[in-house]
Design a protein around this ligand. Structure first.
Ligand code: FAD
Length: 549
């Protein structure tokens, strides 16, 4: 609800740091900078996390893939990051056992996998209960009866951590705001302001009112993910390194159509590896990795992407016989990778890099969701060093290792105890266990704030009261502006429960309309926008969306 006021407040001051982009990278930078006492602002052209940060495989990786590439330091770093994030937001970064099946003639044999996973456990500092075990053929089949038995030798059994990328981004932004950051979604940076050749501000257009703000800052960071080169272009010519975009898609199936018992990570015939991940009532599968030159704003899952993944799954789980009609939802995202001569998409490094332009614009490109905190530390260290050099101001070191994250303030309780308290409080209000567990997985400790809102609403039956409380919280505390924001990024409902999205869309629009004062026309427009998003996941095109020149 502070969106417009925030934009005005940014325009009325000179920020220490302005961040362009409200994905996980921009969110992490704002969090770190705000904790150091910097006056920081974030501008996001669409909704927070609407770019790649809601379209990933949603894993906080330990980095098996990096081990394969010999990137020892990276394995250690991401292993520690995932343990740290789990300790801060246990409802959002969840240990998930994973099978790594081994086949005759596959990329790695039984012993190589066993040694590889052992080294991985050591490097990543994996805790005892989650260290790898090796399963023989019979044990593997017992664990996963659907798995292909032809040539099966056994499997590695290890842990990855599952998350919700968009929710993680929102919680990090909320934490930054609690520490004084100013943020605004639907605020697009359309140009830069210069003094003596140095970039000292931006023009930002409010996408809802078309009002233009000039926002000044001592330092500006471009964290625009797949759009970083578009932003760099607005700052002058693109020189030096460039982005190389690759597209990755995921498909979602009802769990009873792909009833795997465990998540699995396996080879496909073209040498790539894909994940199959059960999550509540669905199982999702991904991802592809193809060079992308279509429209950056609208990556889509094409029919060819769908067929590639279905065929990979049918080959690994031969009895399931998935067909295109089984796909209930899908999402497509773009990896903002850094171009390297002569490398195939899947060979390009996932490392992050910082580019400095002549005007002083700092760009951070590449990287992973998993490494966002370290990326932010690197960027904010650079900003702090520049501010010290320019103005002699000294900011403290990074403190995100120690700092809590919104949704993870458990008031001294262990997470399991906390869950029981929340369940009990839910029961007292007539909220059933399934609803409590869904609320917990979305909001963690902030469920209590939703309960408070629930208590303040008297006129509705308990299900509608709860939906209303959730939407109110979302509008008041998560800058939810449209019904699509709520159904896609704040709850993930469109991806993980499309049918419920179709059933509740109208009610969500009605409730949001009551709170935000929408007239009939606005409500129709909001509903049409939701229907358009539903159509995107239901009707797949044969070709990519064309790039606007
Ligand atoms: P984005 O999330 O795209 O954010 C950039 C933001 O900038 C966007 O919201 C955009 O709207 C905004 N913006 C652009 N231009 C402007 C402008 N002019 N003004 C204002 N705002 C602007 N990583 C993992 O760790 N684990 C995984 O499991 C994983 N799986 C992946 C699977 C796929 C298919 C893909 C594509 C990536 C995956 N990644 C994974 C990588 C991870 O998702 C990305 O590294 C990360 O989300 C990038 O975040 P970002 O903030 O840099 O970019």
């Amino acid at each position: 609800m502070d969106r417009t006021a925030n934009l005005q407040r940014m325009a009325d001051t000179v920020l220490d740091l302005l961040v362009i982009g409200g994905g996980i990278t921009g969110a992490g930078i704002a969090w770190d900078a705000s904790l150091r006492g910097m006056h920081v602002g974030v501008l996001e052209k669409n909704d927070f996390a609407s770019g790649t940060s809601s379209r990933s495989t949603k894993l906080i990786h330990g980095g098996l893939r990096y081990l394969k590439q010999g990137e020892i330091i990276l394995v250690r770093e991401v292993g520690r990051e995932r343990a740290l994030l789990h300790s801060k937001v246990p409802h959002l970064v969840i240990p998930t056992p994973m099978l790594l099946p081994i086949f005759q003639g596959g990329t790695y044999g039984f012993w190589a996998t066993s040694i590889g996973l052992y080294i991985y456990d050591l490097l990543a500092g994996v805790k005892r209960g989650e260290r790898r075990t090796m399963l023989n053929r019979e044990e593997t089949i017992r664990m996963e009866p659907l798995i292909k038995t032809d040539g099966l030798k056994g499997a590695g059994y290890y842990y990855e951590y599952r998350t919700d990328d968009a929710r993680l981004t929102i919680e990090i932004l909320k934490t930054a705001v609690e520490n004084g950051a100013l943020i605004g979604n639907y605020a697009k940076v359309t140009g830069f302001v210069y003094e003596d050749g140095k970039c000292t501000g931006v023009k930002a257009e409010d996408q809802l009112t078309q009002k233009v703000f000039i926002i000044r800052a001592k330092k500006i960071v471009n964290a625009a993910g797949p759009w970083v080169d578009q932003v760099r272009k607005r700052d002058g010519v693109l020189n030096g390194k460039r982005l190389f975009l690759t597209k990755g898609v995921h498909l979602v199936f009802h769990h009873d159509r792909l009833p795997v018992r465990h998540a699995a990570y396996f080879d496909v015939p073209d040498g790539r590896m894909i994940f199959v991940i059960p999550r509540g009532d669905v199982t999702y599968v991904g991802t592809t990795d193809t060079a992308y030159s279509g429209c950056v704003d609208e990556p889509r899952t094409t029919i060819a992407d769908r067929d590639y993944l279905i065929s990979a799954v049918n080959q690994m789980f031969p009895s399931v016989n998935l067909t295109p009609e089984d796909v209930v939802s899908t999402w497509a995202g773009l990896r903002p990778l850094i171009y390297e001569d002569g490398k195939k998409p899947s060979e390009l490094s996932r490392k992050d890099e910082i580019f400095l332009s002549r005007s002083g614009l700092i760009t951070i490109a590449g990287g992973k969701l998993t490494g966002f905190r370290k990326m932010a530390e690197k960027v904010v260290n650079l900003v702090a060093a520049q501010l010290k050099n320019d103005e002699g101001i000294v900011f403290p070191d990074c403190s995100t290792v120690q700092a809590p994250i919104s949704g993870g303030y458990l008031e001294g309780y262990e997470y399991e105890q906390w869950k029981q308290i929340v369940a009990l409080e839910g029961k007292q209000r007539g909220i059933d266990d399934a609803a409590v567990s869904e609320l917990l997985s979305l909001y963690g400790a902030n469920v209590l704030k939703i309960y408070q809102l629930f208590d303040s609403i008297y006129d509705y039956d308990s299900k509608i009261r709860l939906l209303r409380a959730q939407i109110l919280y979302s509008i008041q505390s998560e800058m939810t502006v449209t019904a699509v924001d709520y159904l896609v990024r704040r709850t993930g409902l469109l991806y993980f429960d499309r049918i419920r999205t179709e059933e509740t869309a109208r009610r969500v629009v009605e409730i949001m309309g009551d709170v935000l004062g929408w007239d009939v026309q606005e409500k129709q427009a909001q509903l049409a926008a939701v229907e358009a998003e539903i159509a995107v996941v239901k009707h797949l095109p044969a070709t990519e969306t064309a790039r606007v020149p």
